[in-house]
Design a protein around this ligand. Sequence first.
Ligand code: FCB
Length: 449
Amino acid sequence: MPTEAKFPQGFLWGAATSAYQIEGAWNEDGKGPSIWDTFSHMPGKIRDGSNGDVACDHYHRWREDVALMKELGLKAYRFSVSWPRVLPQGRGPINPKGLDFYDRLVDALLAAGIEPFLTLYHWDLPQALQDLGGWANRDVAHYFADYAAVLVRRLGDRVRWWATHNEPWVVAWLGHGLGEHAPGLRNLKVALQVAHNLLLSHGLAVDVLRDGGKDARVGIILNLSPIHPASAKPEDVQTAQQVDGFYNRWFLDPLFRGSYPADVWALFATQGLLPHVTPGDMAQMARRVDFLGINYYTRAVVAHDPEAEFGVRYVHVEGSTYTEMGWEVYPQGLYELLVRLHREYKIPALLVTENGAAFPDAFTPEGRVHDANRKDYLRAHFLAAHRALQEGVPLLGYFVWSLLDNFEWAYGYTKRFGLIYVDFPTQRRILKDSALWYQQVIAENAVVS
Ligand code: FCB
């Protein structure tokens, strides 16, 4: 007998992308440069020496891409807006052609019956604002709110779902602490100030979006992972708590409890890393949101190790499967996370805003991509989400990362996450087997076995 995991009516099945990863047209129609243009053009920063100058050429092929979304039956599409395409200097004069691009995209999505889900910031800060100090400069939080106002004024009559930031942890730590992402700084104290300013900018933008959007549903997107100790030894357990604090709670607590987690605050204090907090900031950050978006890929298993960086060793789990990113396949972690967020933080609504896997794909002479591993990955994670739903977790939707193979940041084009294969030299798109399977899941609103 086939069993089926049926999802609630109106469940938002979607796919996600981000501007810099797919658009290309990096210097066309009046767009200003972003920190990712600068960074990717610096030798040695991107693994395959590539950049997002062309990427998936979505800026020119958006019609075709929306048609593919329609063919898949997507209920929603999560994309981000390139801030410097709309405001080349980050503030001040608007670039009308940039704004028009998103306006047309939104109209095409609605005409195809697809709900637009807009992310304001997916990492491509206008270079002009970086020249003023970037996110380390508190003024940029206010420029971000002004940018939000520009978009909601133009699109607020049609776009209902608004996310302020994508993964502020990554922006702060990979961009400013470890230097792996733009702007490439390596300063932990700056990273923490950036994290603070990002959360502040989120809160400022929430107010703006609420004022401007007719029926706006406003939220933020975090990368979250369960952090498990490698053993029951007290030092491993303590390490797991600290990593959870620094990775998950440092963002969740200000947003949903109005304060930084005391244990991590104390730890950062001993290292002289604390951010400067102005009175009123914590209340601004904790503005009510309508949803939290969760980007989930894997868990972390950690052990205490004084020799390792920050005293933390990330442990490889014997017997587990790993994706091409080196990330453990651990669907149970999604269930665990959703239940925890529901119980501990009482968040009104949750969406999985990214989940997916990179595997080394190839297309056959018949033009097929047999990515059974990706299908299995998605299936197991959909079922984990379904279990959470059955326990009363208010999960409203699920976006697969990604619609298209694309520019995977510091990895360049070496990692393919798409449901749709992109042959970059020709820009040909091919629906992978996982996409055809997903099409069926959406049509039936169920995972059938
Ligand atoms: C997330 C990013 C997204 C993509 C996936 C693989 O951290 O938000 O842009 O790179 O990872």
